[in-house]
Write a protein that binds this ligand. Structure first.
Ligand code: HDD
Length: 699
């Protein structure tokens, strides 16, 4: 594609790409095949012959086409891009890709859900994975992140437990891709360390509008190491240039049916349209001497470092600018590992991170069938690889010579370990001593204070969404005792929250006073305070015969000029004629599209169009759902009259200065013939940038 850039990784991948244009069909042995539609038989109606090598090969390959899906993060989608640092980070790290602002480091990013299997829907309530492989000159560096800054558990040994609890229940494999069932909430009430993560999981963060509109967090505490060997604790962030935005739960559920590929389609289309998603890399850095200056343990993965206390410094930008060629070869075979680090980046003793360092390599050995998966094109570093590792399933290199050991004299000890000066990786020399004990540090004992901090930081609408999510999730739990225990557990976070959870799930309100006494908030975690951008949003324009052409075209041009994607939708596909006789094509119909697939709605003018729109029940479903989901609606001329017969009508107010109907300022924008059309489109685009107009739901 024209808009897709070439970089070192792309050039490397080019060697493996195959196109089958103008070619003859062959077997995998390169033998030309003369018929692939009929197997070789004894007589026209006789049995198939064993000697049919083409049949045998074709069928065997097909029979073996599947590999195990990832045990978590099975459903994902990968895209290529580049990363550039803004200025040298020499004072903290010697990592080469973080020094020179002119260097573009190729990246491959895989976004994912955690719980569902490979074919599950994109818009389920779940954590999203955000794994980035940087192909640096020092070798591959993987930042294996999520869109929530903390985790369920404090020690990796609990990972199989939490995953078993959240996955479908083992007797009947129900339910798919959701935490809304007994075993998960049973786990929660038996592990109060999950409280903070559950607050995030019940929040809007768990139903993102787009992979392009979510943050990424490395979660675990890592270390930067500079040339002098000095360490700094660091947490990594990705900040989306489009801001952090979410769906509404009802919308998310409907999209799961209408378009289960919603998120992957969104990013695929955006990149093909040239709307390259951009994320800034942020770091929070803590001096080693300040390790104990906080009221939480900086190694505890159930805690975040509030940005107000430890600012996020933006140090570089990633641009995702190329779609993959082949889903299986690239997304499915990509292997990420938080243990893939380069000189200048090291680990902390965070007990969750320590366990992750074992798990990823281990799971990939099974999933990708042996120890040579680093040779699969998507996983190959662009840095040269030299060592004495040999053989194994699917070995792709032809290592020459007799020597496969070190130290050796026969090849002058090549490949030789690199010195410090040659950038050989030196593990950070941290002094550690202690007894071998299976014990959690008492500094990890507080399970509730940051959960309260998060709750305090939410806007009224965000709080309501959290309560609604608890009602849905816990409402699906059959065991009444567990439901009661959820109420009692979250009473430790906030008494009001617990009382409201209780109301919706048939449990008793908490009997004890609630809360942690924390009154502080962290405004940075509220999506209310995020970047508001209309660019790249999708707008639905309803279209029926007799629409008035000029204003529609004017609106279309303004919206497209502001970088929005507009789709024309009618009751059926095909050409639609305006009142003046011009024709436009409806590319979507009420059957193939739904309001949940768009960020905003436009209703054009024209008396005949209005009459035609009013004839279809689906028009009102579209309009009312858009309104219910708090999305902006723009209507002009006669189109505005349609709002009078919809749910929008309730927001009508009297305007003493005008004879027009005026809708209160809730993201419903109308314009009449005499009014200023440019002012209308500007206001409408601004309303789209606001994303959702929650006042409709809470006001
Ligand atoms: Fe993990 C996959 C992120 C905790 C074990 N994890 C996986 C992926 C992401 C994360 C984004 C998908 C990678 C891809 O796209 O292929 N995981 C996280 C984060 C965690 C976390 C941010 C919290 C800090 N994970 C975690 C723990 C363990 C694992 C505590 C086990 C000790 N994760 C795995 C895994 C997976 C994985 C089983 C499954 C597939 C894979 O690795 O390649 O090893």
């Amino acid at each position: 594609m024209d808009n897709q850039s070439k970089n070192e990784k792309d050039s490397q991948l080019e060697d493996y790409r195959v196109e089958h244009k103008n070619t003859k069909l062959t077997t995998n042995q390169g033998v030309r095949v003369n018929d692939t539609d009929n197997s070789l038989k004894t007589g026209e109606r006789g049995p198939t012959l064993m000697e049919d090598f083409h049949f045998r090969e074709k069928m065997t390959h097909f029979d073996h086409e599947r590999i195990p899906e990832r045990v978590v993060h099975a459903r994902g989608f990968g895209v290529h891009g580049e990363f550039q640092v803004y200025k040298p980070l020499t004072k903290w790290t010697k990592a080469k890709f973080l020094q020179d602002p002119s260097v573009k480091t190729p990246v491959f990013v895989r976004f994912s859900t955690v719980v569902g299997s490979r074919g599950s829907a994109d818009t389920v309530r779940d954590v999203r994975g955000f794994a980035t492989k940087f192909y640096t000159e020092d070798g591959n560096y993987d930042l294996v992140a999520n869109n929530i800054p903390i985790f369920f558990i404090q020690d990796a040994i609990k990972f199989p437990d939490v995953v078993h609890a959240i996955k479908p229940e083992p007797d009947n494999e129900i339910p798919q891709a959701t935490a809304a069932h007994d075993t998960f909430w049973d786990f929660v009430v038996n592990h109060t360390e999950t409280a903070h993560m559950i607050m995030w999981l019940m929040s809007d963060r768990a139903i993102p509008r787009s992979f392009r509109m979510m943050e990424g967090f490395g979660v675990n505490t890592f270390r930067f190491i500079n040339e002098e060997g000095k360490g700094h604790f660091v947490k990594f962030h990705w900040k989306p240039k489009l801001g952090v935005h979410s769906l509404v739960w009802d919308e998310a559920q409907k999209i799961a049916g209408k378009d289960p590929d919603f998120h992957r389609r969104d990013i695929w289309d955006a990149i093909n349209n040239g709307d390259f998603p951009e994320f800034e890399l942020g770091v929070q850095v803590i001096e080693e001497e300040q390790e104990f200056n906080f009221d939480f343990d900086i190694l505890d993965p159930t805690k975040f470092w509030p940005e107000e206390q430890v600012p996020v410094q933006l140090v570089g930008k990633m641009t995702l600018n190329r779609n993959q060629n082949n889903f299986f070869a690239e997304t499915e075979q990509a292997a990420f590992h938080p243990g893939n680090v380069v000189p200048g980046i090291d680990f902390s003793n965070d007990p969750l991170l320590q366990g992750r360092l074992f798990s990823y390599q281990d799971t990939q050995l099974l999933r990708l069938g042996g120890p040579n998966f680093h040779e699969i094109p998507i996983n190959r570093p662009t840095a040269p690889v030299h060592n004495n590792q040999r053989d194994g399933f699917h070995q792709m290199s032809i290592d020459k010579g007799k020597v496969s050991y070190s130290a050796n004299s026969l090849r002058q000890n090549a490949p030789e370990p690199a010195t410090d000066a040659e950038n050989g990786y030196v593990h950070y020399q941290e002094k550690v001593e202690g007894y071998k004990i299976r014990q959690r540090s008492s500094s990890f004992n507080d399970h509730y204070r940051q959960a309260t901090l998060f709750w305090n930081s939410m806007s009224a609408a965000e709080k309501q969404h959290i309560i609604d999510a608890f009602h849905f999730e816990v409402g699906k739990v059959k065991d009444k005792q567990i439901r009661q225990r959820v109420v009692d557990m979250f009473n430790h976070v906030d008494g009001g929250l617990a009382a409201q959870i209780a109301q919706g799930v048939g449990a008793n309100p908490p009997s004890q006073p609630g809360g942690t006494g924390i009154t502080a908030s962290s405004p940075a975690v509220s999506q209310e305070n995020t970047i508001k951008e209309a660019r790249t949003r999708k707008v639905a324009m309803l279209l029926e015969g007799g629409f008035s052409f000029e204003p529609l075209m004017q609106a279309l041009t303004s919206l497209q000029g502001a970088g929005l994607q507009v789709e024309l939708i009618s009751h059926q596909l095909g050409m639609v004629t305006s009142e003046e006789g011009q024709q436009l094509e409806a590319m979507k119909s009420y059957t193939t599209a739904g309001s949940v697939m768009y960020d905003a709605l436009v209703i054009p003018g024209g008396q005949q169009c209005l009459n035609n729109l009013s004839m279809h029940k689906d028009t009102f479903t579209f309009l009312n759902d858009t309104f219910k989901h708090a999305k902006p609606i723009g209507a002009f001329d006669e189109g505005a009259d349609l709002l009078m017969s919809s749910d929008v009508q309730g927001t009508l107010i009297a305007d003493p200065e005008s004879t027009n109907q005026v809708f209160s300022d809730l993201g419903v924008v109308t314009v009449r013939k005499a009014d200023d059309f440019t002012a209308f489109t500007n206001e409408f685009i601004q309303a789209i940038g606001q994303h959702r107009h929650w006042m409709r739901q809470t006001g």
